[in-house]
Design a protein around this ligand. Structure first.
Ligand code: HEM
Length: 470
């Protein structure tokens, strides 16, 4: 280590072009179905559209990237999952459950809440709220990271995007219910054509939905409108005067969709921090080198942003799903009416023609000057077409700051190193059995604090000083 690296306490072996650091113990156990959806071999070998079977379910997987975009965008032929009758309990009347002109109008109503100028204020708010949500995290016992990250994701969504609050008890209840809700939606949709096949945990998911609705009422009751009336809930209220039912359904949709994906991203980030602990230090160094360490912004955190992108590449939503409205022919294959069509994003993200060493977790491939450059848009992290995620810009502003704050305030250590981690089949797969200790970070000693002028080497993600570079 040279002087700068010692000063910054950065382990160079974490850097681009250096021998890679082997991952810590901990392997993943994907189910057979997930292994299929994540297998890039299907993309070239199986043809543009392939018929698949999982248990009783037949589906048509679209492997051709151009066709995949067409399917994701063409709502006249391919119906989005939200309005499916099997999901009426969960999605009815909310933005996820409506279609056509009503859906386009609702999306237009929400748009002003996600403008760039509003999102600049998000970083510091997310940082402060992350710190307050982490303050209660016990340090002396293993934590189920799926639940803890659901609590963090839900708390951030409610405070920073919905301008409201939940009592700590409600937040914990919703965090505990997230997996049941998500699994309930997944299985109801997947098994809809076979009503005689029992949906796993149907009663539990109905109970979880009741709990979620109590939280949704609390969010609306405790909503604090922005003075300009352009925050998300104010916009929804103004668009449906005298119709609280519609507003409540939209809050519910935003809570389910936003918490699910953000919680899964943060849970997988914890999993990777446990396997590659040197990134905890590098993320902390990056946050410490920000111009104002108490007002973090995602655009000051290229490594945290890259880390989130790499988590999405390896662990993000493995496939999108649609159902045909009528019989259609795609890629030379006849697809009957009502058939499930899957878009295998996970396989595309593990394709070696797109990403060198695709199975290696390497956030550095997303840094601004990485060679070869990687384009985040190619991940399709937020979907495509008319259902493109409305919260995408907010998630991009929120998650790197939450991750940097987490890595700066806690040290995460797997409670059972080497334990196989399962992957749940839910709306968004999450790590099952991931228990970790989250101990408060030791305060830095004076000689390891970044000096003025410290900056991030955007290729390596490593903090250095301008003096030392000269
Ligand atoms: C890491 C974070 C996130 C990821 C990866 C993500 C991903 C996605 C994807 C892929 C879709 C489209 C699904 C499909 O086409 O089948 C979607 C839709 C949606 N997302 Fe997100 N999302 C994230 C965060 C958020 C947040 C923070 C919110 C709320 C503010 C949100 C609200 C929604 C809603 C309401 C929809 C449905 C849109 C519609 O039906 O028109 N998402 N998201």
């Amino acid at each position: 280590m040279d002087r700068t690296e010692k000063l910054m306490n950065v382990d160079r072996s974490a850097c681009h072009g250096q021998p890679p650091v082997p991952p810590g113990p901990g392997t993943l156990a994907h189910s057979r179905a997930l292994r299929f959806w994540l297998d890039p071999a299907n993309l070239d070998q199986a043809g543009p559209v392939v018929r698949t079977r999982t248990g009783p379910a037949t589906a048509y997987q679209v492997n051709d990237p151009a066709l995949l975009r067409k399917v994701g965008s063409d709502e006249n032929t391919f119906r989005f999952w939200g309005p499916d009758p099997s999901l009426r309990d969960f999605t009815e009347n909310g933005v996820v459950g409506i279609e056509g002109a009503a859906h386009r109008e609702r999306r237009t109503v929400m748009r002003p809440a996600f403008t760039a100028s509003r999102l600049t204020a998000l970083g510091p708010e997310v940082q402060a709220r992350t710190l307050s949500l982490l303050a209660d995290l016990p340090a002396d016992r293993p934590l189920d990271m799926r639940v803890e990250m659901s609590r963090l994701a839900c708390g951030l969504l409610v405070s920073c995007i919905l301008n409201s609050e939940l009592a700590p008890g409600t937040l914990s209840k919703i965090a505990a219910a997230r997996s049941t809700l998500s699994g309930g939606i997944f299985w109801r949709y997947a098994l809809a054509p076979w009503p005689w096949v029992p949906v796993p945990r149907r009663r539990a998911s109905s109970r979880a939905l009741t709990e979620l609705d109590e939280a949704v009422h609390e969010v609306r009751d405790r909503h604090r409108p922005d003075p300009d009336g352009q925050d998300l809930v104010s916009l929804l209220e103004a668009a449906a005067p005298g119709n609280p039912h519609v507003v409540l359904r939209d809050i519910r949709a935003l809570l389910i969709a936003g918490m699910e994906t953000s919680a899964s991203t943060l849970s997988w980030a914890c999993y990777e921090l446990g396997r590659y602990p040197h990134y905890q230090q590098a993320l902390q160094d990056e946050a410490d080198a920000a111009p104002d360490t108490s007002r973090l912004q995602a655009d000051q955190l290229p490594l945290a942003t890259a880390f989130v992108q790499e988590v999405t590449r390896l662990h993000g939503i493995p496939f999108l799903v649609r159902r045909t409205r009528h019989e259609t022919c795609q890629g030379g294959v006849r697809i009957p009416a009502g058939a499930v069509v899957t878009l295998p994003l996970g396989a595309l993200r593990r394709d070696r023609n797109r990403y060198p060493d695709p199975d290696v977790f390497d956030p550095q491939r997303w840094l601004p000057n990485a060679e070869p450059p990687s384009a985040p848009a190619a991940l399709l992290a937020y979907g495509l077409g008319p259902r493109y995620c409305p919260g995408a810009a907010a998630a991009d502003a929120m998650l790197p700051v939450a991750l940097a704050t987490l890595a700066s305030s806690r040290t995460l250590r797997p409670a059972r190193p080497g334990r196989r981690i399962g992957v749940s089949l839910e709306l968004t797969p999450t790590p099952k059995g991931l228990t970790m200790y989250a101990t408060p970070r030791e305060p830095r000693t004076a000689d390891t604090r970044p000096t003025p002028g410290a900056n991030i080497d955007s290729r390596s993600g490593v903090v250095s000083t301008t003096d030392a570079q000269a």
